[in-house]
Design a protein around this ligand. Structure first.
Ligand code: 5GP
Ligand code: MG
Length: 208
């Protein structure tokens, strides 16, 4: 077998190990996530009317969640992706959400399922939901893997929530800290030494 095909080969394992060392605590492990996704997929299949569903994945955070969730849904769907940056607090006007793509998916008259990794202030889902409605979507439903148990900056309705968590910064299963940890198969909390505490306090930094 050529080297590239060997499962769990050398370097990869060491690097995942190094990432795990930065984790203070695993919040939701892989098996629990998978079980929850089974139930979410059943609910989505049940709720959407017949016909092709348009799924919009907010990059990059919702990528892993969406890939695992959508493979559990056995009905026709189209996948679109959107890059948005939300700026929280401080130096930028609070609540600003920028659409970074040149093109916006065609959603007129379509039933849309919008997927994001985590619901925090609600600004991102609020802005993207409003834009989808402006673009003429027949219905917009939203799903997130995680929702923080805290007051939202704006009112948003989320139809599918994987897990409610406390108000703390998490990584893994698509969620990053400075671009890292997205490929951890679980959701966890970083050790203080890994730096995420200062990340939260940094106003005006875009969340992707
Ligand atoms: P909202 O607009 O609801 O405040 O925030 C949504 C975005 O903020 C998410 O898509 C995500 O990119 C980012 N975010 C919010 N909380 C966390 C967190 O605990 N960890 C990570 N990695 N990103 C977060
Ligand atoms: Mg995001």
């Amino acid at each position: 077998m050529p080297d590239g095909l060997k499962l769990g080969g050398g370097n990869g394992i060491c690097q995942i190990g190094a990432m795990r060392n930065d984790i203070e605590r695993v919040l939701i492990d892989e098996a629990v996530i998978e079980k929850r996704l089974d139930a979410m997929a059943v609910a989505i299949e049940r709720d959407f009317p017949d016909g092709t569903l348009v799924v919009i994945i907010l990059l990059k955070g919702a990528l892993v969640f969406a890939a695992d969730l959508l493979r559990r849904i056995s009905r026709p769907l189209e996948i679109e992706c959107l890059n948005v940056a939300s700026y929280h607090g401080g130096t930028r006007s609070s609540g600003q959400v920028d659409f970074l793509d040149r093109h916006f998916p065609e959603v007129r008259g379509r039933h849309v399922l919008l997927l994001d990794d985590i619901l925090d202030t609600g600004l991102t889902l609020h802005a993207v939901g409003a834009r989808l409605r402006e673009e003429g979507a027949a219905a917009v439903h939203a799903g997130v893997l995680l929702a923080k148990d805290k007051p939202r900056a704006v009112a948003v309705t989320v139809d599918y929530v994987g897990f409610e968590i406390g108000d703390e910064f998490v990584v893994g299963y698509g969620l990053d800290y400075q671009g890292k940890y997205r490929n951890l198969p679980f959701v966890g909390v970083l050790k203080a030494a890994a730096g995420s505490r200062s990340y939260i306090a940094d106003p005006g930094r875009p969340f992707l």
